[in-house]
Design a protein around this ligand. Structure first.
Ligand SMILES: C[S@@+](CC[C@H](N)C(=O)[O-])C[C@H]1O[C@@H](n2cnc3c(N)ncnc32)[C@H](O)[C@@H]1O
Length: 358
């Protein structure tokens, strides 16, 4: 995997310019969101390479000429539009802001879930608690709050979560089927997206979704009307409780985007519980986005930004890990890695492992 961060070769001018881009980054972000939400980018998209003047845009969108100009002059600096004589024209970056599904889930997640709370980042680092979560209510972590987050935060949270997981399911599924499990436990299975994918794509596999009670309540609802979901069942377990046990009788365990919700000490504890529940010939599958395994530098940036969501909004003590930190914990828990596949879906790594004694 490429090592993106191993030199400092910018000139002083480039470095100072970049420092200003960071200083004003929230302005770029908010102007971009406003230009998108107020319809300015769509109007420019429709106008193609001819573009539109501020007055024409104002007429088309009912945004004042003043509003058009301040937003899109910032848009010029941000690179989402460019100027052709007196007209604004949508740039390639602006095109992706408007039309790219990945960019949309990232923008909406940042704006609707994280933006307000991010102001409490420093406080969260000091306290080890998700201080930004207070903007949504009085919760210890975001997980029991998920089913009652206000809109649009709830849709944006699920949109972000599902977008990245769903893209990896078709590629991960054949890997999990290699050892022909009969019953799979999906820990942190959320609304059952993966469970549904499994039973709809295999005629025999049974899936037990393990999650917090609030999510298990949503599970039944999200299974209604889908084929083969009689092979999906739910079990409410808080994996952090000392006496927590996993259902018996499963020959494989699956955890997707789950361990990143916990601190290293908690991960070790969860992995040991998995180890105890796993039969000798059973396999554990861990699917995560590790920041060191990303195929693009911007993907590593997205993953590192997501770590800060965990710090300030989710729980105050977890992150998107470096793969070697995770593998060290797996070793400590008594697991041995049998297979690793990078670039599953969008930047996921799938690690297959089993008990050392097996
Ligand atoms: C980021 S979501 C991952 C969802 C899904 N596996 C995926 O790949 O999209 C994390 C899930 O872990 C669950 N979770 C968090 N803390 C938990 C705990 N202590 N015990 C059980 N489940 C928990 C959350 O409710 C949520 O459904």
């Amino acid at each position: 995997m490429p090592d993106y961060y191993s030199n400092d070769e910018r000139s002083a001018l480039e470095a100072r310019s970049e420092a200003q881009r960071i200083a004003f980054a929230p302005f770029i972000f908010q102007a971009t969101i406003a230009a998108r939400n107020l319809g300015l980018l769509k109007a420019l998209y429709d106008a193609r390479e001819v573009g539109l003047s501020a007055e024409e845009l104002s007429e088309e969108t009912s945004v004042s000429v003043y509003g058009v100009k301040v937003l899109l002059d910032m848009g010029l600096s941000a690179g989402i539009v460019w100027k052709k004589e007196t007209n604004y024209v949508l740039s390639k970056t602006g095109f992706f802001i408007l039309n790219d599904p990945m960019t949309k889930v990232n923008l909406d997640f940042t704006k609707d879930v994280c933006y307000e709370g991010l102001n409490a980042l420093e406080a969260s680092i000091k306290s080890g608690k998700p201080e930004g979560l207070k903007v949504f209510g009085d919760w210890p972590t975001i997980y029991p709050a998920l089913s009652s987050l206000p809109e649009p935060a709830q849709s944006s949270w699920f949109g972000f979560d599902h977008y990245y997981s769903d893209h990896s399911f078709p590629e991960a599924f054949p890997i999990v089927l290699t050892h022909r499990p009969k019953t799979l436990i999906d820990i942190g299975g959320n609304t059952g997206q993966w469970a549904r994918y499994c039973v709809e794509n295999d005629d025999e596999l049974k899936v037990i979704v393990v999650d917090l009670p609030e999510q298990i309540d949503l599970l039944q609802e999200s299974m209604t009307g889908h084929a083969a979901t009689d092979r999906v069942s739910g079990r409410a377990v808080n994996m952090l409780e000392s006496g927590a046990t996993l259902p018996s009788g499963a020959d494989a365990i699956w955890m997707s985007q789950f361990l990143d919700c916990f601190s290293e000490a908690q991960i070790l504890d969860i992995l040991k519980k998995c180890c105890n529940a796993l039969p000798e010939n059973g396999y554990l599958y861990i699917m995560e986005t590790f920041w060191d395994r990303q195929p693009f530098e911007m993907a590593a940036l997205s993953v590192n930004a997501t770590s800060l969501y965990f710090t300030v909004m989710a729980n105050g003590n977890s992150r998107m890990y470096h793969s070697s930190d995770m593998k060290a914990l797996m070793g400590e828990a008594g697991l041995t890695v049998t297979r690793e596949v990078d670039n599953v879906g969008l930047g996921h790594t799938l690690i297959e492992c089993r008990r050392v004694s097996a």
